[in-house]
Ligand binder design. Structure first.
Ligand code: PRX
Length: 633
């Protein structure tokens, strides 16, 4: 891959070139891929209309670039290492040859079962190799995959299936996670009661559980795979054909189906992987995310495979069977690049360094973090105990919407600084804007983080709702993409992401919109109204604090019961990740005169910053503030 940055001087040169001549810059990178037809036009855009097209006129299939083109040189090299949940189960080492065979077989099965180019396929699988095969098989056919994290509830799954009118669901009889098994098929069965678009469900055997298979709709996958042909001619895709939909929380109730398209996403995934992880031939790379999130899409599947890398897929959790599971895997495979989330680092740090010290981590070269701001203490622990002060930490800032990493150090090039994601990758043009929409100058500043020029990996729209795409990301600052995050920039130009400026809260690295959770709570017959805010939490980064007003007074015992019911409802309708850590029942919520809940005050109370409530006299009901403070939990 060209444009691998090697020193800081070169970094600034390339960044300058990318800014002055973006078309030339991205062309040189795009040239390194296999195209069935080269593009006519590199870039066409109008950010005010959120209309962006890269490499128009080009034709390609991303799986030819992830798989076929590696076969000659590295057919016998391992592409994916699958490490099961239970260490006593043997791992699978899947070579590029084997990956090709599996993906082709899967593509044939999907095709036989009626999936065509442009159809949407919902993938609701645990972290097993079939998940990667299915995603790639969809891409080979030209079907649009919509992976839903296998921790989401039946109703969250149903709403995603309905939004994209998925024709097929690929799932498993169940999934292993630590000492639990998850009844994925049961959840799918329940979800499908509320959907009408799904014609076929294909089921992978994983746990061996006895599950209900609906006649005429559900089929076991393995027999079909064995019989399928091991070649499927890759569909020619236009550069701007959708590759996948991935849902992310928004500040209103409905999740946003972010749409990524083929060529731009491919170029950006490969480019960012290569530069941020400095992967070299024969390295073994491991990203601990789940493929249900964007991190898994771009940095377990597409980015590594596009680069012919060896990528690890881990089915389990960091704490099972013990808290040294991550480090045991690092030692076992001699991992060179390790990419995880700050919440995982904090929870493992809490268990003590002895779990790390038990293992030989000398293979590690680069460490990464993603998903939320990393606090200094966690950064230092990671640097000292895991990286042995030898490995640069790449704190990577990006989003589902950006497709790939946007701001991150280049290891061995950019001097790292705890809590700073540092510089943009060449080709990314960040800006900090003030409330008036003016760009803020060069000195130490903070502002709303925007991107002022298109990059190939950006999402192109929200499925079925381009207006919402414009309104959410392009309307507040016309001519810019607005990230929803605030950031600081220091005099050296280093960026530090400080957090969200909208009603999205990041809990354990997961994006949660407050509105959908409040909607669930408000459905309860005893609840009049609710407001959720985030507060700082030692392990999760942020946790959720719910203020809830009740329709009638309840006894202590009834309140305890209600707390359980509310968290049960949230787990069922949104997912267990969204449960409230604290719940306070109150007689009213602070409101502005126009009736809007003043979340700012609720946030301060949750944080215990009682001297910083500001002026409460303009509230409609200032008297409620005292009551809320008094009963704070
Ligand atoms: O607030 C930022 C935070 O995560 C948000 C994006 O979440 P999601 O779309 O789920 O993607 C997560 C994986 C890319 C961002 O708007 N975020 C992500 N990475 C960082 C971060 N905040 C601070 N530092 C980071 N490195």
């Amino acid at each position: 891959m060209k444009h691998q940055v090697r020193d800081l001087h070169e970094y600034f040169q390339i960044r300058e070139l990318a800014e002055q001549q973006p078309e030339k810059f991205w062309t040189a990178i795009a040239e390194t891929f296999e195209w069935t037809k080269k593009w006519d036009n590199i870039l066409d855009y109008d950010l005010k209309k959120a209309d962006v097209k890269w490499f128009e006129g080009g034709e390609l299939n991303i799986t030819e670039n992830c798989i076929d083109r590696h076969i000659e040189k590295r057919g016998d090299q391992v592409a994916i290492i699958f490490e099961p949940n239970d260490p006593s189960e043997k791992e699978q080492r899947i070579t590029y040859n084997e990956l090709a065979e599996q993906v082709n077989r899967m593509a044939n099965v999907l095709c036989q079962e009626g999936v065509e180019k442009g159809d949407r396929v919902c993938v609701y699988l645990p972290m097993i190799p079939e998940l990667a095969y299915t995603v790639l098989a969809c891409a080979r056919i030209g079907a649009i995959h919509s992976v839903v994290f296998a921790g989401f509830s039946a109703s969250a799954l149903a709403s995603r299936i309905n939004d994209a009118s998925c024709k097929m669901v690929v799932t498993a009889d169940g999934g292993f996670r630590g000492d639990k098994t998850i009844d994925l098929k049961g959840i799918v069965n329940k979800a499908l009661e509320d959907t009408s678009s799904v014609e076929r469900t294909l089921v992978v055997r994983r746990t061996g559980a006895d599950v209900h298979m609906e006649n005429g709709r559900d089929e076991w996958l393995s027999e079909k795979l064995e019989k399928a042909n091991s070649f499927f001619a890759p569909e020619k895709m236009d550069s701007e054909d959708p590759l996948f939909i991935l849902y992310t929380s928004g500040s209103t109730g409905k999740p946003k189906g972010m749409v990524h398209t083929t060529a731009g996403y491919m170029v950006y995934a490969a480019y960012s992987f290569q530069n941020v992880f400095q992967y070299e031939a024969d390295d073994v790379y491991w990203c601990t995310a789940d493929i249900g999130w964007i991190t898994g899409h771009t940095y377990i599947v597409y980015g590594p495979l596009l680069n012919g890398a060896t990528t690890v897929m881990f089915e389990g959790v960091p704490s099972y069977p013990d808290f040294d599971r991550f480090w045991q895997i690092v030692e076992k495979y001699e991992i060179n690049q390790f990419y995880t989330a700050p919440t995982a680092i904090r929870s493992l740090a809490k268990q003590g360094a002895e779990h790390v010290e038990k293992h030989d981590l000398s293979s590690l070269k680069v460490l990464g973090t993603v998903g939320e701001p990393i606090n200094e203490e966690a950064w230092n622990w990671y640097h000292h105990h895991v990286g042995q002060e030898r490995c640069p930490i790449v704190d990577t800032w990006w989003q589902t919407e950006t497709g790939g990493i946007m701001i991150a150090p280049i290891p061995f090039t950019t001097p790292t600084k705890a809590t700073y994601a540092s510089f943009p990758l060449p080709g990314v043009q960040p800006a900090l804007l003030d409330e008036e929409g003016d760009e803020i100058g060069d000195n130490v500043v903070s502002g709303n983080l925007c991107i002022k020029f298109p990059w190939p990996g950006m999402a192109r729209t929200i499925w079925n709702n381009h207006q919402r795409y414009i309104d959410t990301y392009f309307a507040r600052y016309p001519g810019y993409y607005f990230t929803g995050d605030a950031a600081l920039r220091d005099p050296a130009g280093y960026y530090r992401i400080t957090g969200r400026v909208d009603d999205v809260i990041i809990v354990s690295g997961h994006n949660l919109g407050t509105a959908p959770i409040e909607n669930v709570i408000n459905e309860h017959q005893n609840v009049a109204e609710s407001a959720i805010v985030g507060y700082s939490h030692e392990v999760k980064g942020n946790a959720l604090y719910g203020y809830i007003t009740l329709k009638n007074e309840l006894s202590e015992e009834e309140q305890d019961h209600l707390r359980n019911e509310i968290n049960g409802l949230i787990a069922d309708h949104v997912g267990p990740i969204a449960k409230l850590s604290k719940m306070q029942f109150t007689s009213s919520l602070p409101k502005t005169r126009s009736g809007k809940i003043m979340r700012r005050i609720l946030r301060k109370i949750a944080a215990g910053e009682l001297d910083q409530l500001g002026d409460t006299s303009t509230l409609l009901n200032p008297e409620c503030v005292e009551e809320i403070i008094e009963n704070r939990v």
